[in-house]
Ligand binder design. Structure first.
Ligand code: NAD
Length: 339
């Protein structure tokens, strides 16, 4: 099938081309993101393939549909950038890769926890400058601390397994309880209790209207003074301005984020020669107890390989008119993913 692949970097091309050697789809790689201005590039392509920052909104979908596209294959799990209602109305099928790197993301979250706690990012800079002082590098034992996990699906469960290995107590909040998390000794509680008792809170729920700005001023006021917040899920789960106030007052002791609400303006590009205009982001970078990575939690060789394999399996299912287990369908009251 002819596939227009948007938002491609060299590493995407490498892994997609390798996986396609088994499948023989006709791939054309485009560097720009898909949006209403670039959608015209996909004219005559029955399938387009996109990533997290492509804007698959109603205007873009209308242009795609008018020019023959019938399938949008997401190379990611989250689909908050897709207007599913518009896609359904236009007869465009949406498929995704529901799980490609749960270990990679959970392990990255643990990396943020360890680096923030033991100030490894600061120690690294000091040593390079010949400063061997330990002042300001004091950490705490993870053993016997309480970790609150919000969203206990694939990634949240693995984080629980790893933190259990450190000797942590696990509290959890989810709209569905995961028996595997309970088997680890994790206890499901209301959000208010999780906020009040956790030394570390890690976010692993999707970004949906109910979870938008889940961590806001009111939530921060309920948290243990000096606690740590980790977000490897989606930026808008956090009200960044409220978190900045929490960091300034000391209510929040540490913040580790791999995602940021306005990240589409920044992440995945080399902007080192430019003046960053986002003052909220720039303020975040000034705190010694904030660690930011640019949406790289998923970025392991295993993940890129899994993404490529599942994406082509999805496209082949569509081409051969087989039911695709990774199709996302829109229903009037809710959004239902078949997996
Ligand atoms: P998953 O679907 O397996 O788990 C998500 C969990 O969140 C589910 O258990 C679900 O019941 C729960 N949930 C839904 N609504 C909730 C609510 N209102 N409150 C609390 N919990 C709720 O997903 P996953 O594979 O574990 O991924 C989790 C998130 O991680 C994804 O939504 C995605 O945004 C993010 N992610 C980030 C990266 C990265 O590179 N940083 C990579 C992959 C996924």
């Amino acid at each position: 099938m002819k596939v227009a692949v948007f938002s491609t970097k060299a590493y995407d091309r490498q892994f997609l081309a390798a996986a396609n050697s088994q499948q023989q789809h006709d791939l054309v790689f485009f560097e720009p993101r898909l949006n209403q201005d670039t959608a015209i590039l996909a004219s005559g392509f029955p399938a387009v393939c996109v990533f997290v920052h492509d804007q698959v909104d109603a205007s873009t979908l209308k242009i795609l549909a008018a020019n023959g596209t019938r399938l949008v294959a997401l190379r990611c799990a989250g689909f908050n950038n897709v207007d599913l209602k518009a896609a359904a109305e236009l007869g465009i099928t949406i498929v995704r890769v529901p799980a490609y790197s749960p270990y990679g993301v959970a392990e990255h979250a643990v990396g943020l926890i360890l680096s923030l706690n033991r100030k490894i990012h600061r120690a690294h800079n000091r040593i390079r400058e010949g400063n061997f002082s330990l002042d300001g590098l004091l950490g705490f034992n993870l053993n016997d601390r309480t970790v609150g996990i919000i969203g206990t699906g694939k990634i949240g469960l693995i984080l629980g397994q790893i933190m259990k290995g450190f000797g942590c107590h696990l509290l959890a909040y989810d709209v569905y309880q995961n028996p595997e998390l309970e088997a680890l000794g994790g206890k499901y509680v209301e959000l208010s209790e999780l906020f009040a008792k956790s030394d570390i809170i890690s976010l692993h729920c999707p970004l949906i209207p109910e979870t938008h700005h889940l961590i806001d001023e009111e939530a921060i006021a309920q948290m243990k003074p000096g606690m740590m917040i980790i977000n490897t899920s989606r930026g808008a789960l956090i009200d960044t301005q409220a978190v900045i106030e929490g960091l300034k007052s000391g209510n929040i002791g540490y913040l580790g984020v791999d995602v940021y609400e306005q990240e589409s303006e920044l992440f995945f590009e080399d902007l080192s020669g430019e003046i960053i205009q986002d003052d909220i982001f720039q303020r975040l970078t000034t705190f010694p107890n904030v660690l930011i990575t640019g949406h790289q939690a998923f970025f392991t060789a295993e993940a890129l390989s899994n993404i490529a394999d599942t994406t082509f399996a999805n496209i082949t299912d569509f081409e051969q008119k087989r039911p695709c287990p990774h199709e996302i369908s829109h229903q009037p009251q809710s959004v239902v993913s078949k997996q």
